[in-house]
Design a protein around this ligand. Sequence first.
Ligand code: PRX
Length: 649
Amino acid sequence: MSVQIDTSLEEIRRFRPSPEFAAQSVATESLYTDAKADRLGFWATQARELLHWNKPFTQTLDWSNPPFAKWFDDGELNVAYNCLDRHVEAGNGDRIALHFEGEPGDSRSYSYAELTAEVKKAANLLTALGVRSGDRVAIYLPMIPEAVISMLAVARLGAVHSVVFGGFSADSLRARIDDAEAKVVITADGGWRKGKVFPLKNAVDTALEDGQSSVNHVLVVKRGGNEVQWTEGRDLWWHDEIAAVDADHVAKPFPAEHPLFVLYTSGTTGKPKGILHTSGGYLTQAAFTHKNVFDLHPERDVYWCTADIGWITGHSYVVYGPLANGATQVIYEGTPDTPHQGRWWEIIDKYKVTILYTAPTAIRTFMKLGRQIPQSFSLRSLRLLGSVGEPINPEAWIWYRHVIGGGSIPVVDTWWQTETGAIMISALPGLTDLKPGAAQVAIPGIEIEVLDDDGNKLEEGGGLLVINEPWPAMLRGIWGDPERFKETYWDKFQGKYFAGDGARLDEDGDIWLLGRVDDVMNVSGHRLSTAEIESSLVAHPLTAEAAVVGAADETTGQAVVAFVILKNSHEHDIADPDEIAALLRAHVAQQIGAIARPREVFIVNELPKTRSGKIMRRLLRDVAEGREIGDTTTLADTAVMQIITSKVR
Ligand code: PRX
C-alpha cells in the first residue's frame, strides 16, 4: 500500500473570517482549549448540554475492550425525543423543521409540532406491525418527508433502521435485507427524478419474490402514482394504515449504547459492510458538529444539505444533527437540473437558505454549466457553504465561494466517513483562516495523526490518516462480523483507527486529504468497491475475468473503468466490442445500481499480473487515465501492458 502524493499545486490563498462573521460565531476558541485540557470531560459536557438524558450518565468512555468502545454507557435517552418532542416542549413547536420541495414543484412544510405528531403515528403503526426494540426495518424511499419520519419512528421504538439508497438495485436491496434480517420494508410506489417517476415498489417485489426473506410487511408510501403489484397480507399502504392509528405515543428511553442504525458501505471486498452506529455518542457528535461547523443559529438559519438519506451524510446532517439542534431545513426530492439547470438556486432563493452543504462533484458540474445560471437567482441569503465526500480542488472551492457565496462567505471542507458517523476534520468558520483545498484541522475533541507506512507519526508530509483516540460517533462494529471490524480498521496500526485515506500535513500542520489508498473508489462522493463491481462483471456469462479501477474524472472525481476478458467460448461471438461493453455496463447497473455503472468497459485478452497472480491495478489506472505506464518490472509478462494499451487507445 503506497501513498500517492498528488497535490502538486502549491495553494497559498488564505481567507480569514470576516469580522462580522467572527463576531456572531457559535464556536469559540475555548472549544479547542477545553478539549485539549480534558478530552473526555469536554465530550461529557457536550453530551449533557446538547441532549436530553432521561437517565444521566456517570461514565464517559469505557475503552477497556478495544476496539469496542462504550460512550456514556449508563445513561439513557430517546433519540427521536431529542430530535422532536423536546423542541415542542421548549416552546418551539411552531418552528419549521422541514420545508419539503418535490421535484414536480409540489411543496409541504412541517413544523416541529407537526413532524412530532407524524412520527408518533408512524411509531404506533410500526408497533402494530410487530416492530419491537432491536428489530431491523429497511427503508427504501425517495427524499420525501416520510423518509425522515420513518427513520425517526424506528429510532423512537429503539428499533434499528437500515436505509438503502433508492438508486440501488433489487439485488443490492435483498442483500442488505438478508444481512440485517429486516422485518419490515418501508418504500414508495415510486419517486420523481429527472421529470419521470422511477419505480421503487417493484424493486422491493423483485427482491422479495422468492418468499424466503425475513420480511413480514412492506409499507408503501404513495408518491409516484405509478401502477404497483400488490401482495395481499404483506403489502400495506402507508396512508391507509396511518389514518387508523393513535396519535399519542410516549417515547421510552434506551441505553446510550442501544443500536440506532446500520448503514451499508463498500469496502475492499465484494460484500458491503453493515456499519453499526449507536445512540448517545452518535447523536452527541452529530449535534455538536452540526452546530459548530455550520455555525447554526436555529432561530434564524435555513439549512440545506443536498445529500440523500441513503448515505451517511443524509443520516447525520439531514436527520439527526439538524433535528437534534432544532434547525429549520430544506429537503429536495429531485435532481439539480429538473425542470431547469437553475433548480437548486431557485430553491435557495425561494426558502432563503442561509447554509448550504453539498459535494464537490455537484460544484464542478455547476462550474461547467457556467455562472450565468446561479447568477440569475438571488443567493444573497447564503452565509456559509460546506463541502463533503471527496477532496475539493482549490479551483472548485474558489468558484463555490465567489459565484455561489458572493465572494465573502466561509467555505468549510469537512472530512469524515460512514464509519466515523460525524465530521472529524473541518475548519470552524468563525475561527479558522481558510485554505482552499484543505480540510485543515481536527474538530475539538478529535485526535488525528498522519503516519508513515511503518506507523511513525509525521510532523509534515504525506502518509496515512489515522484516528488516534476513540470518538463518540465512532462505528461500534460491522453488523454480524466483529472480526472483520478489527481486521479492517484496527490491525494495521495497533490501537489506532486506520481510515483508508492518504493525507498530507503542511508546514502549518493543516491536513490535506489525498484520496483512498485501498481498492475503494470515490465516484461523485459515493464509495464504490472495485471488488464488488468485478464480481458483478464476472457473474455475467460472457466474462471470464475482470479488473476495475477508479480513474480520475473531471466532474465525478473518479470514474469506474473496467477491463474485461471474455470467455473463450464467446470470443468469436463478438461482432462489436462496443455492444458488449454496453451490455456489461448495463449489467452492472442492473445488479448493483446505476451509480456503479462503469464509464468504460475495455475488452482485453489479458490483465497485468504479478508473478504471484495479483492484478496490478496501478498500471490499469495509468492506461485509463491516458498516462505513461509506470514501472512494469514486477509483472509476470511485461508485454501485456503494450497489448492492453494498443487495444485501448
Ligand atoms: O476518501 C474519503 C472521502 O470519502 C470517504 C468516505 O466515504 P463515505 O463513507 O461514503 O462518506 C462520505 C461522506 C462523509 C473517505 O474515506 N471523503 C469524504 N469527505 C472528504 C473525503 N475526501 C476528501 N475530503 C473530504 N472532505
